[in-house]
Design a binder for this molecule. Structure first.
Ligand code: FPP
Length: 278
């Protein structure tokens, strides 16, 4: 049974303000960094940071659903993370397994659709099974699409796309000259999702770290000093507030963007008038 958690009190006021003050990003992508540093600061083992990080994931997923964000992509485990000490990789895998198991019902009752990108076949079988089950359970929901990037890297994604396109060329299904940006977009693991509007990175590092390399070409980037376990809803509101204050030009000049915005606005109000006259 669906029992979506609704915002209340001051939190609802903050959300209402954001909804009124500008567009909510349709797709937010997050590089969740700083779990280890968070733990170290507190004199705790690194895994304690990852564990607390799961609580941030829960909070951010809930609040994205409430705000009407359509897609949330979380960089949960990169291709490079396999090279971490064996002990940490195995603890992370165990945490991932229990998090998917424990959160599945909550995700489902909040209308979340779970998806993954990455080399899922490299994950332990138990995680693959749990993911398949959660993806199947949530596939007909109509809320936030939560995309977990697992054993993922941008270069892995682009390499696969190049292989797929090359195969089609060598089989004669497509010609080299017919390859466009659309061909590449449609060969990436993210083909069904729009590009992220907002890319958030926690813990202060000024790097993209092999995340969605193709897809973030025009994303607004927001870096916070907060470590991921401290990144909760109010920090997300701040990132959206910053996003709303930016002017997204997509390579155009400011005047063109404003003109396009006004034309779109007047078209919307014309349609609105027509509809309300009927
Ligand atoms: C980065 O911190 C974090 C990770 C590599 C793992 C992120 C995983 C989680 C938050 C838990 C599971 C996620 C889900 C989706 C249930 P770091 O270890 O690189 O921190 P450091 O840079 O301070 O060492």
């Amino acid at each position: 049974m669906k029992s979506r958690v609704k915002a209340t009190g001051k939190d609802k006021d903050l959300q209402d303000n954001l909804l009124l003050s500008g567009p909510i990003p349709k797709h937010i992508a997050i590089i969740m960094d700083g779990n280890g540093r968070w733990a170290k600061k507190k004199g705790l083992p690194r895994i304690a940071g990852h564990r607390e990080g799961v609580n941030s994931v829960r909070d951010i997923v809930e609040v994205c659903g409430q705000l009407g964000v359509k897609y949330l992509t979380l960089y949960a485990f990169s291709t490079e993370n396999w090279k971490r000490p064996k002990e940490e990789v195995s603890l992370l895998m165990r945490l991932l397994l229990s998090a998917i198991r424990d959160e599945k019902d909550r995700l489902h009752s909040n209308g979340v659709i779970l998806k993954t990108i990455g080399e899922i076949s490299e994950l332990p079988n138990a995680i693959q099974d749990e993911l398949i089950d959660a993806i199947e359970t949530t596939k007909n929901n109509d809320g936030l699409t939560l995309i977990l990037a697992l054993s993922y890297s941008g270069r892995w994604d682009i390499t696969n796309a190049v292989k797929e396109i090359s195969k089609k060329v060598s089989e004669g299904t497509i010609s080299v000259d017919s390859i466009t940006e659309e061909t590449i977009k449609n060969s990436l693991s993210t083909k069904k999702y729009p590009d992220p509007d907002l890319l958030v990175r926690t813990s202060g590092e000024l790097r993209v770290s092999n995340f969605l390399l193709w897809q973030i070409a025009y994303s607004e980037i927001y870096i916070t000093q907060l470590h991921w376990p401290d990144f909760r809803r109010n920090a997300l509101y701040e990132s959206i507030d910053s996003f709303q204050k930016r002017e997204r030009r997509f390579g155009l000049i400011s005047e063109q963007v404003k003109k396009n915005g006004k034309e779109k606005q007047s078209l919307v109000s014309k349609i609105f008038k027509r509809v309300s006259n009927h």
